[in-house]
Design a protein around this ligand. Structure first.
Ligand code: CAA
Length: 384
């Protein structure tokens, strides 16, 4: 392994691995059927320090580095991708944005319970007609005395139903592009915030994805995150961190599919021997292992740049692009190795394949990652 993990990083990895494979894995397949939100898991994960891992201790976090975070997140994803996406959004886009841009009072009120896992956070950027292009969002926030009045509909919001607090972006000025977008902290019980349609998804079924409808939703001016006009920057910076998280999630699911495929290949007999003896299968295993290892190194590379305080936008997009494409190939191959059994719900690889499908889509599609990466190559000012 190119990156030598420290004793502390290894300890965190082992602790989360044990917890994940014992506690999280126990109900993952069942929750995929029932779509039951794993609230108890999050309570325990909060106690283990997994819901605000990179937040300083004084705000209830673990003050862990990004490498430890990706190790932990991929261990959770190994057992349950639904649980891992909630952990990812909570840690990166929600907690980190509050930590980086929030006032002391906002951190006290919102960050501490989030980092402790007492409440779940959601991040609401996407709209029915503004996905890859968040600049075209139409949600507005209009100043009215000591309040902002928010109107609009957000779509595909992870934890929309179960979140206790939402970070929402809205236009405070229609005429100045990116600088006309602001970000607000909206407690869920705020009057005028309504949970809309709950998506019935192909994968990540135990993680709720909903519309959030803002109808004359009044939030105090003290709830603006950063300054008026900082919303686009907050979203982009949060997504940089979030994209490392989705890459780590991809790694965890790919590793689970790979381990399942190897185990199956060693026990399944055809033509008089275990299919792992056949070169056709051995070569597939070698290719899967190579792809997983390459993704792991890209993720470590992005996380360590983050830990060193360097700009890591390009590296996060490279890791997300590669890892999310990789897991789709690896889970498909894992099903192929399982043959007809892989197509049934008796084997976890069927769930892994469905869960992985969205990884090349959310937190920026593969096409958006290619835009981000090529912008860094082709615009001199963005070169690392
Ligand atoms: N960090 C900080 N600021 C950034 C930034 C970054 N990574 N990237 C851009 N910015 C700033 C720029 O500096 C610029 O500000 P200035 O004008 O002050 O210099 C401003 O933002 C505009 O930058 P660009 O000109 O690069 O922006 P763009 O409009 O060309 O496009 C984009 C940017 C990369 C295409 C962007 O729109 C994007 O990432 N789109 C995808 C959105 C996305 O990922 N949505 C996912 C939804 S969230 C989700 O899925 C969560 C979930 O629940 C799982």
């Amino acid at each position: 392994m190119l990156f030598k993990l420290t004793d502390e990083q290894l300890m965190i990895q082992n602790m989360v691995r044990e917890f994940s494979r014992k506690v999280i894995a126990a109900t993952a397949a069942e929750r995929d059927k029932t779509k039951e939100f794993p609230r108890d898991n999050f309570r325990q994960m909060g106690e283990l320090g997994l819901m605000g891992m990179m937040i300083p201790e004084k705000y209830g976090g673990e003050e862990a580095d990004a490498i430890s975070y990706v190790l932990a997140l991929s261990e959770i994803a190994y057992s349950c991708a639904s649980t891992s996406v909630v952990m990812s959004v909570q840690n990166s886009i929600v907690c980190e944005s509050l930590y980086k841009f929030g006032t002391k009072e906002q951190k006290q009120e919102f960050l501490i319970p989030l980092a402790a896992g007492e409440i779940i956070g959601a991040f609401a950027l996407t709209e029915p007609d503004a996905g890859s292009d968040p600049l075209s969002q139409t949600t507005t926030a209009v100043r009215d005395g000591d309040f902002y009045v928010i109107n609009g509909t957000k779509r595909f919001i992870t934890s929309g139903e179960n979140a206790g607090v939402v970070l929402v972006t809205a236009k405070t000025d229609e005429n100045i592009g990116h600088k006309g977008i602001s970000c607000f902290i909206v407690p869920k019980e705020t009057c005028g915030l309504v949970v809309g349609h709950l998506e019935d998804k192909m994968g990540l079924r135990a993680s709720d994805t909903t519309d959030l409808i803002f109808e004359n939703c009044r939030v105090p001016i003290a709830n603006i995150l950063g300054l008026e006009g900082d919303g686009f920057k907050i979203a982009m910076a949060g997504l940089d961190s979030g994209r490392i998280g989705i890459a780590a999630q991809s790694l965890g699911v790919a590793q689970a599919a790979f381990d399942a495929a190897v185990k199956y290949a060693q026990t399944r007999k055809q033509f008089g021997s275990a299919i792992s003896k056949h070169q056709a299968i051995r070569f597939q295993i070698a290719d899967m292992d190579t792809q997983i290892e390459a993704a792991r190194q890209l993720i470590f590379s992005a996380a360590s740049m983050k830990d060193r305080g360097e700009s890591y936008t390009r590296q996060a997009s490279i890791a997300k692009l590669f890892a999310s494409e990789m897991v789709n190939k690896v889970t498909a191959r894992a099903i192929q190795i399982h043959g007809g059994y892989g197509f049934t719900k008796d084997y976890n690889v069927e769930r892994y394949y469905r869960d992985a499908r969205v990884f090349t889509i959310y937190e920026g599609t593969s096409e958006i990652q290619r835009i981000v990466i090529s912008n860094h190559i082709l615009r001199d000012k963005r070169k690392p």
